[in-house]
Design a protein around this ligand. Sequence first.
Ligand SMILES: NC(=O)c1ccc[n+]([C@@H]2O[C@H](COP(=O)([O-])OP(=O)(O)OC[C@H]3O[C@@H](n4cnc5c(N)ncnc54)[C@H](O)[C@@H]3O)[C@@H](O)[C@H]2O)c1
Ligand SMILES: N[C@H](CO)Cc1c[nH]c[nH+]1
Ligand SMILES: [Zn+2]
Length: 426
Amino acid sequence: MKIFIQKNLNEKKINELFERPAQKNNSTIVIVKKIIDDVKKNGHQSVIKYAKKYDGLNGDSILISKNILVEQAEKINVELKNSIDKAYENIYKFHSLQYPKSISVETMKGIECQKKYLPIENVGLYIPGGSAVLFSTLLMLAIPAKIAGCKRIVVCSPVKNEINSALAYVATKIGIDEFYSVGGAHAIAMMAYGTEKVKKVDKIFGPGNQYVTLAKTLVSNDYNGSSVDMPAGPSEVLVIADKFANPKYVAADLLSQAEHGIDSQVILLTNEIEFARKVLSEINLQIKNLPRRKIVEACLINSFILVVNNLDDAIQLSNNYAPEHLIINTKNFKSLAKKIKNAGSVFLGGYSPESVGDYASGTNHSLPTYGYAKAIGGVDILSFMKSISFQTLTKNGLKNISSTVVKMAEEEKLNAHANAVKVRLK
Ligand SMILES: NC(=O)c1ccc[n+]([C@@H]2O[C@H](COP(=O)([O-])OP(=O)(O)OC[C@H]3O[C@@H](n4cnc5c(N)ncnc54)[C@H](O)[C@@H]3O)[C@@H](O)[C@H]2O)c1
Ligand SMILES: N[C@H](CO)Cc1c[nH]c[nH+]1
Ligand SMILES: [Zn+2]
């Protein structure tokens, strides 16, 4: 991980530094398009073919039965079970408060307008399982889906050999009926288009690597595909810290996201060169004890420390990058926090490590990457619902609004629109 100095760099170089690794990789699109087209055309048999090739599937069955889920769930150890139960409680608490209220208003005498929120009936949840089994992601997606009232919840995850007991425990605790052992772009295609064995879903949720994320984008651009939550790709964290922060904590936070994958990116912006050096030597120390050291080292090649002119510049650069996670570990974090415009999830002060949000504080960890935080927020209850508007007019209500509508329709030269009002008042 290199240290750069803002005042020594021109704008072009700074923009290059902040480029995400996945944005530089063009070969993924060819592979993902091929997989999607194949699943679309050949259905179940190509899902099995790719699951064998990429996910290590043994045999020809991808459905994990309820019996197996229960059997595996029973193997969980009690400390882990208690931790999952605590996380469940906090995530449930934070998300159930987000349930939207329907509204109804009489906009004019005799005209009643309503907005109702209803659950999306069929949803598909993707749970990453390539380099780590992210059973925490099942909590993050299935809890809001249940609170929203989604009827059919399909789960896909590349399960190697037998299903992990924690993942099985979460699935049984929440009550998942359809669990498929498939990952990657083929899992997304299967959920988006359906096959002979699996019915299609209306919306796909969940994070994943570049194959998964690109597949979600492609199926959501196809009228015959399905909606998706957001591009939630390789994890990112941007830390803004000053000399009052503990370099050990900052290094640990950067490493915590670097261990997700070689295409993740971690960034430190600080106003002190001395502090930057301290964090770097802490990283070099802490990395030695990490089991996923190889992944971390590869991720750090795409990561950097930038010594900024001042903390306001740091916030501006961060707003421009729109990180999935932003940690502000400075003395004046409260005033800096007011200047945040774009970020997926924000952690304030020296005692708010990002890992806490990943697992158990209550907030959702399924968040927009690639800079999409400029326009979209993370998964919440509304992600699993859609709104429908209703209106009821009395005859008097229609009289009250008729001249307004007729005038506007005739100006747009859409006389049939105007007639639909006039014909009722003759
Ligand atoms: N943004 C978020 O909210 C968020 C949350 C959690 C995790 N993540 C990210 O999710 C990702 C999880 O990635 P992962 O790889 O561990 O698991 P994954 O389940 O997303 O992907 C693994 C699957 O990718 C497919 N694949 C792998 N190599 C392939 C190839 N060469 N060609 C075609 N398909 C291939 C395989 O089907 C494999 O089973 C990480 O990048 C992590 O940072 C993001
Ligand atoms: N940091 C990931 C989101 O980018 C979520 C996660 C799951 N497990 C650990 N971390
Ligand atoms: Zn994480």
